[in-house]
Design a protein around this ligand. Structure first.
Ligand code: GLU
Length: 502
């Protein structure tokens, strides 16, 4: 790296943070952190009609949740490069200055063609079997024609004139050597719309140049924009940055690019949060969409990823979204995290989440302290089998409302009723004889004692308890589950089960 690395993530606030956006942000972040460079956040908000309310704020919030931060941006301006919103940059006349330079050089020109004319032109080209392109009709237009169009009050757009027989080529971090011929770019293209705003391709070049961006890392959907941007760099006599086009994310079910219409796939970062994925797991998962490290290791902390990141290992093939892998990674992170920290995260999730599970648990209105005590116990039981934080919420709610649950006692039929009765009554007597609420270890000891006293063993000893306290014959760590309940609940559950047995 010869120059000090500066990269940027440049979202348009036309929606909320999608996995594809997060992927671009993440690779820029890894690139900046790996090379000790600067990460810039620039807001490309000139498409006024498509901007959504709170889009920008929500994108920033979700990036923070993911653990992606930036060194410069609207909230952290560096006077040398500010402002960071393209609308503000436009108001400051930044783009206009360069448009004027190109007009003065005769490389850019005004195009007075109306929408209807352009449409007719494209239809004609289609009918002739040609690829649609702007035919250059206003390039070198006469003074009279321009005056006549002005007199009609037509607001022109501004186009850049492309050289003939010119090749735009670059060495892409992900794709290797890429070439486009100037004839294949669809003709002279618009750099300033008739409303006076710059087009994306123009603004992005001016900003990347002025912000001294060394590497442009963005989705492969922008590949065809890159030669156009190179034409602008060349016309202005600027060096262009290095480019890296990240693999797009594909849906394995449809074999097509993941689409916002694929309703069965979670794809907004806020949805992962809401469903109880850990931000660290999502970060890890996304880092493998379009990149892979050397070796077989799959679980990486953020710091490990920063260290291992190598832009030469960016992939050129599609990245398939693998839900099972995501769940597996999340489960690994859950297993690694200690119960206390997990419980704190779940408490926060219960408060800020409007999912069905979180809403039900929040409705019990437990104090934070009681909620956390309950959750620590639940996490102990389900630490190994949970995939998402929401699983703990779901289980906590179930245990907290066990007396209202419609438990099934059907599996009692598989057991010897007399033995089952002895076990349940033995446990009940043990609880009543104690002068305090038993903890999990004490329940474990009590179960063993009852086994000894009654001579009932194995499944005949454990299944009745599983059914009584969970409604299912198989349950993890039944002594731990019993200790989740207050003693009165444990007794009430035993009474219900004994009654069901009769
Ligand atoms: N605003 C563009 C987008 O959201 C940025 C593309 C780029 O990084 O150049 O797709």
């Amino acid at each position: 790296m010869d120059k000090k690395v500066r990269v940027r993530y440049a979202p348009s606030p036309t929606g909320f943070l999608h996995i594809g956006n997060a992927q671009s942000a993440l690779f820029n972040y890894l690139f900046a952190r790996h090379f000790g460079g600067t990460m810039v956040l620039r807001i490309e908000d000139t498409d006024l009609a498509r901007n959504v309310e709170h889009g920008e704020e929500s994108q920033m919030k979700n990036l923070h949740w993911l653990g992606i931060d930036w060194d410069e941006g609207p909230d952290k301006p560096n006077a040398k490069y500010a402002p960071y919103h393209q609308t503000e940059r436009n108001d400051a006349g930044i783009y206009q200055k360069y448009i004027q330079i190109l007009l003065d050089k005769g490389i850019a020109y005004k195009d007075y063609a109306t929408e209807d004319e352009l449409k007719e032109m494209r239809e004609q080209q289609k009918a002739n079997g040609e690829a649609p392109h702007y035919d250059g009709r206003w390039y070198n237009a006469s003074e009279e024609d321009i005056k006549a169009a002005e007199a009609k009050g037509i607001k022109p757009s501004i186009r850049i004139h492309l050289p003939e027989n010119h090749v735009y080529e670059w060495d892409d971090w992900a794709l290797g050597h890429i070439e486009f011929k100037s004839e294949n770019l669809g003709g002279d293209f618009v750099i300033q719309k008739s409303n006076g705003l710059p087009t994306y391709n123009f603004a992005v070049v001016i900003d990347d140049h002025l912000m001294e961006i060394t590497d442009v890392i963005r989705g492969a959907d922008h590949i065809s924009n890159t030669p156009k941007q190179m034409a602008i760099y060349e016309a202005l006599g600027f060096d262009h940055p290095h480019f890296c086009h990240i693999s797009l994310i594909f849906n394995p079910a449809t074999g097509k690019k993941l689409s916002k219409r694929d309703a069965n796939t979670l794809q907004f970062i806020s949805q992962y949060h809401r469903h109880g994925y850990l931000s660290e797991a999502i970060f890890n998962f996304i880092a493998f969409l379009g990149w892979s490290p050397v070796g077989e290791q799959e679980i990486f902390t953020k710091d490990e990823l920063i260290k291992a990141y190598d832009p030469k290992r960016m992939s050129s093939s599609p990245a398939y979204f693998d839900q099972r892998k995501l769940d597996w990674i999340n489960a690994q992170y859950i297993k690694k995290m200690d119960e206390n920290e997990l419980a704190d995260r779940v408490v926060t999730l219960v408060h800020e989440n409007d999912s069905e599970q979180a809403t039900k648990l929040a409705a019990l209105k437990l104090s934070d302290e009681d909620l956390k005590t309950l959750l620590v116990k639940v996490i102990k039981i389900h630490h190994r089998d949970a995939t998402k934080l929401i699983d703990f919420i779901d289980r906590a709610w179930f245990y907290a409302t066990i007396l209202d649950q419609d438990l099934s006692y059907a599996d009692f039929d598989q057991l010897e009723a007399a033995d089952t009765k002895k076990v349940l009554e033995g446990i009940k007597a043990g609880i009543q004889a104690a002068d305090h609420a038993l903890d999990a270890e004490e329940y474990g000891a009590l179960i063993k004692q009852v086994g000894k006293d009654t001579g009932v063993r194995g499944r005949n000893l454990y299944f009745p308890l599983n059914i009584t306290f969970t409604g299912k014959s198989s349950a993890p760590e039944i002594n731990e589950i019993m200790a989740v309940y207050p003693s009165e609940t444990t007794i009430a559950l035993l009474d219900k089960a004994i009654a069901a047995l009769a």
